[in-house]
Design a protein around this ligand. Structure first.
Ligand SMILES: NC(=O)c1ccc[n+]([C@@H]2O[C@H](COP(=O)([O-])OP(=O)(O)OC[C@H]3O[C@@H](n4cnc5c(N)ncnc54)[C@H](OP(=O)(O)O)[C@@H]3O)[C@@H](O)[C@H]2O)c1
Length: 238
């Protein structure tokens, strides 16, 4: 299977790449920083020699670079079995106080990256022959912030609600083409987004938890589509 993952150099994206690499799949990874991406690919290659790793750096806030990444994939003429739209950033702030331009930044990385990449790949995905009655599976990394407003959510929350709306519409449109669409809505997950948060008490989830759910949802029968993966820390949201 061929798996495309954005924002794969660290955090949830990297953990998801590791879950699929462990199964020996071929991975096509993207993130902005080329050096970090190269390091991640090297690390995964060493850890999972049965997997194949390909990568291309792109700033997915740029529509042009998103298109270049899509063309890089399409030129390979591979079947794309799974697309994980994971790249995203959290900037805390409230609507009242956040700097001018924050909403645009959040929409660029949290919504438009997934929207444009998906639209660039969709014609090819729809043309793919059925394999075990399925053409492809798309996962969008939404958030608890996609269904619930919280303090300091601001523009981030708005962009994640929008991403969830995109995901729901995509799900309805793609049913007929045997393309599955899944919204992943995690609560707090320990990644760089949480800085030096002390998680010695396991208060927030591990990136591997999200990766395990994505991997599992990708391996159900063709009759089943997990529409939402909603995960919260055992003790609830922070
Ligand atoms: N961690 C949480 O608590 C949590 C909870 C709910 C949802 N999520 C969502 O899950 C996703 C992953 O979160 P995370 O915590 O794993 O994030 P992270 O550790 O901060 O990693 C973000 C990844 O996205 C890439 N990225 C950021 N901006 C990019 C850009 N402009 N172009 C291309 N790649 C870019 C980063 O690469 P570079 O370093 O190269 O930019 C990195 O690989 C995000 O969509 C986030 O909103 C996270």
């Amino acid at each position: 299977m061929n798996i495309v993952i954005t924002g794969a150099s660290r955090g949830i994206g990297k953990a998801t790449a590791a879950a699929f690499a462990a199964a020996g799949y071929s991975l096509y990874l993207c993130s902005k920083n080329e050096i970090a991406l190269q390091q991640t690919a090297d690390e995964l290659e060493q850890q999972f020699p049965q997997a194949k790793l390909f990568f291309k750096a792109a700033d997915l806030t740029s529509k042009h670079e998103t298109e270049l990444f899509a063309h890089w994939l399409l030129e390979k003429s591979i079947r794309i079995d799974i697309l994980v739209n994971n790249a995203g950033t959290y900037l805390p702030g409230g609507i009242l106080n956040e700097e001018d331009g924050v909403l645009e930044k959040m929409m660029d990385i949290n919504l438009y990256s997934a929207y444009h990449l998906t639209r660039n790949l969709l014609p090819a995905l729809i043309r793919q022959p059925l394999l075990q009655h399925t053409r492809a599976h798309i996962f969008n990394l939404c958030s608890i912030a996609s269904i619930q407003a919280y303090p300091n959510g601001g523009a981030y929350g708005i962009s994640k609600y929008a991403l969830y709306g995109f995901t729901k519409n995509l799900r309805e449109e793609l049913k007929q083409y045997h393309i599955k669409v899944t919204a992943v809505l995690p609560g707090a997950v320990l990644t760089d987004s949480w800085g030096d948060f002390d998680n010695s008490g396991h208060r927030i989830m591990a990136a591997g938890d999200i990766a395990t759910m994505i991997f599992t949802a990708a391996h159900l029968s063709p009759a089943a589509c997990v529409e939402d993966i909603l995960l919260r820390p055992q003790l609830g949201d922070l």
